[in-house]
Write a protein that binds this ligand. Sequence first.
Ligand SMILES: [Ca+2]
Ligand SMILES: [Ca+2]
Length: 369
Amino acid sequence: MSQRTDLTPQRNPAAAPARSAAARPAMVEHLEPRRFLSAALKVDNLDVLPGFERMIFNRIRNINVDKPNYVKDRGTLRLTNTGDQTLRFGTAKIVGPFQILGMAPLAIPAGKSVTVTVLFTATAPPKFTYNQTNSTTNARDAGAYIGSMSFATNDPANPTYTEELAGWFQNDSERNEEPNLQTQVNLLANFKTQIAAGQTVTLGQPATSAQYYGEEVVSAYWTAANASKSVGVRQLSKFRSQGDITRFAYFLKSDKVVHNVLASAGLAGQSFLPYKDASPTTTAAATTFSVGSAPFGFKIDSEYSVDSLNANQNGGGHTLRFFPVRDHLGNLLDNTYFVCMDYSVDPKSQNFDFQDNVFILTNIKPAGN
Ligand SMILES: [Ca+2]
Ligand SMILES: [Ca+2]
């Protein structure tokens, strides 16, 4: 899977369908009516997540001095002209603390692509609106900027194209200034999955039993939806102790042997789209593994998807929550789920924010307990 998950961005519904040369009757090209000749814009977010239409970022003012934070403060779009006339752009209009690195493109010849890198440049939290953090102590020290980049084009289907830009700013690394799970999934990444009713800072549980929220899918074990294909994993975010590697594993229900398949870098301990451990920062924390039709569970660092296997039975040992992924239009993506975890090994520090590590899993379906 390298850097891509199976979550291929959906085509901009406002964009004209890609026109392939093969689809046109070449023999009558010279007679083709003028109305078929145009530029056509196709947009790809090279991060893939959260989608072609939106980029997510984060920044931290006071980084951890001993373990300097990697932050996701830039991302790149690929703009492709799938039409047969030169694609031309007006001046880009930016809303919010974002900027284009270098020159914005003015024109793209037919069939060619250019890349545009966008930086998140906030230097302070936004004006306080409501508590978007993972606790109640420092809610004014962090917040979300929701902005955009738009430009006019001569693509008749996209007279104005708008890319949504969403950035999280926190004054400090950790210190309860992390985006809570709803802030991450709904406000910043704009997935329409219902995490919980209303606005919820944490997803707490009674002392001895689990409590479930929103569209949560309760299943300790899973199987590959298509047994002939691999299961995909991509880490969406990591907001836990700075400097610590996160290890993602699976185990078969039959033998419980833990197979580590992915590790994300410790220096990306407070970041969206963390990178793979011992890799360049441009290598996304993503992988695939194959299990055929065997039921399996997940283990993320200390926490199992099988509640009874967890060392700490606070909240019934329920430390991994699964939610179906709904895209920005509210469509359920087939066999695609978030897994959202909360560390419980030290009961005193368990805070029930359930966003210490968030992954997106593809080609899986629930297999019960
Ligand atoms: Ca936590
Ligand atoms: Ca956390």
